[in-house]
Design a protein around this ligand. Structure first.
Ligand SMILES: Cc1ncc(COP(=O)(O)O)c(C=O)c1O
Length: 386
């Protein structure tokens, strides 16, 4: 089976992890700060905190922005459930903004329309989470302008997007957001096995997220309420979690970050080839929004169902049966039973639901060979034409 995504682990990565195993620190040593420094150097953001998943990263980002009971978080339905669940963890209400039919990212028109209505009923969101689906940035300048007009905070869910650029600057620099989140799950662009990070330019938010990452505990006298009792002393000043990344994961991340640009260029070569070789098939190819350079975590096509005889499911199943490990990103979150039990219904976000009926993620990973890609294209052509 040719998978839809796959990590690359080199001898450099293995040596880096083995070195940590032989060292004094398996956790809370020098590798986590080194990984955070690599993320800062790449993105240009002032602060970076590595955590054990993007899910944890989203949670502490919401907490740092003060999201709580009675507040509202909005995100896109076409995302992994974690982009929405983080709001629920904080006791907030979650709602969705339908997608743009071309980029599949949050629609700016739909966002503006929903904001106008929310203002009229005094129900504006506290936090909006735009998701850079497949690695392509949302129209962040437009979302930022709306945030100033309507007074919400922005968490960029860039789980798919490290190595991508927006208006010629690295995604993660937080120029148009309060916080950006990355994921380092193995199918993503850079991996630490499990792992995530938050980036921000605000010292206040960074300090808060550092507390939430580690039990709400501080060793910084300036943050303490009492005089230190001695060298062992720490204070818990808030309720936090254990969301720390290990040294093993961070060492892998440091090694992987040295190859990030190569990873993304390899993905672009594959995407360009897909774009050329699939151009005559009855599928809609990914659209590139002006001013964006995608990290290309995913390569999603949409079937033109009126031009083929098979159904979406038949095409998907045939590809899997023939060894092509296609996938579907994502089942719209509002249609999940858990969200339906909160009152969301099929029909609430029609563009997202239409996308779901047509989308297929083709294999895309930076160590994919041209032979593997040719196999994907040949099998897809046969399936669509038979
Ligand atoms: C858009 C998006 N957000 C958040 C996450 C959660 O990432 P993690 O698995 O690192 O918790 C994922 C993971 O697939 C994702 O795709």
């Amino acid at each position: 089976m040719i998978p839809y995504g796959k990590q690359e682990i080199t001898q450099q990565d293995i040596d880096a992890v083995v070195d940590v195993l032989k060292s004094d620190f398996l956790t809370q040593g020098p590798q986590v700060p080194a990984f955070e420094e690599a993320l800062r150097a790449h993105t240009g953001a002032t602060y970076s905190l590595a955590v054990n998943s993007a899910t944890s990263a989203l949670h502490i980002a919401c907490l740092a922005l003060g999201l709580g009971k009675g507040d509202k978080l909005w995100t896109t339905p076409v995302t992994f459930v974690a982009s929405a669940n983080c709001g629920l963890y904080c006791g907030a209400d979650v709602d969705f903004v339908d997608i743009d039919p071309q980029t599949y990212n949050m629609s700016i028109d739909a966002l503006e329309e929903k904001l106008i209505h929310a203002k009229s009923i005094n129900a504006l969101p506290k936090v909006v989470v735009p998701v850079h689906l497949c690695g392509q940035a949302c129209d962040m300048k437009a979302i930022y302008a709306l945030s100033k007009e309507y007074g919400f905070k922005i968490i960029e869910d860039a789980s798919h997007a490290i190595g991508g650029r927006y208006l010629d600057k690295p995604i993660g620099n937080c120029e148009y957001s309060d916080i950006t989140v990355f994921s380092f799950h193995p199918v993503k662009i850079v991996t630490t096995a499990e792992g995530g990070a938050v980036m921000t330019n605000s010292q206040d938010l960074a300090d808060k997220m550092a507390l939430y990452r580690s039990h709400g505990i501080t060793r910084d006298q300036a943050q303490m309420q009492n005089e230190s009792h001695g060298g062992w002393y720490y204070e818990q000043i808030d309720l936090g979690y254990n969301y720390r990344m290990t040294e093993l994961q961070a060492a892998l991340g440091v090694a992987q970050m040295t190859r990030l640009n190569d990873f993304v260029s390899a993905r672009h070569k594959l995407a360009t080839r897909y774009n050329q070789l699939l151009s005559t098939l009855p599928v809609i190819l990914p659209y590139q929004l002006e001013g964006t350079y995608s990290g290309l975590h995913l390569y999603v096509i949409r079937l033109q169902l009126d031009k083929i005889t098979k159904t979406h499911k038949e095409v998907f199943d045939a590809l899997r049966e023939l060894g092509i490990g296609v996938n579907l990103h994502y089942i719209p979150v509002h249609t999940q039973p858990y969200y339906q039990s909160m009152g969301f219904k099929v029909g609430d976000f029609p563009e997202s639901e239409r996308y779901y009926q047509e989308a297929i993620s083709l294999p895309m990973f930076h160590v994919m060979t041209e032979e593997q890609q040719d196999t994907v294209i040949r099998v897809l052509s046969n399936v669509l034409e038979s």
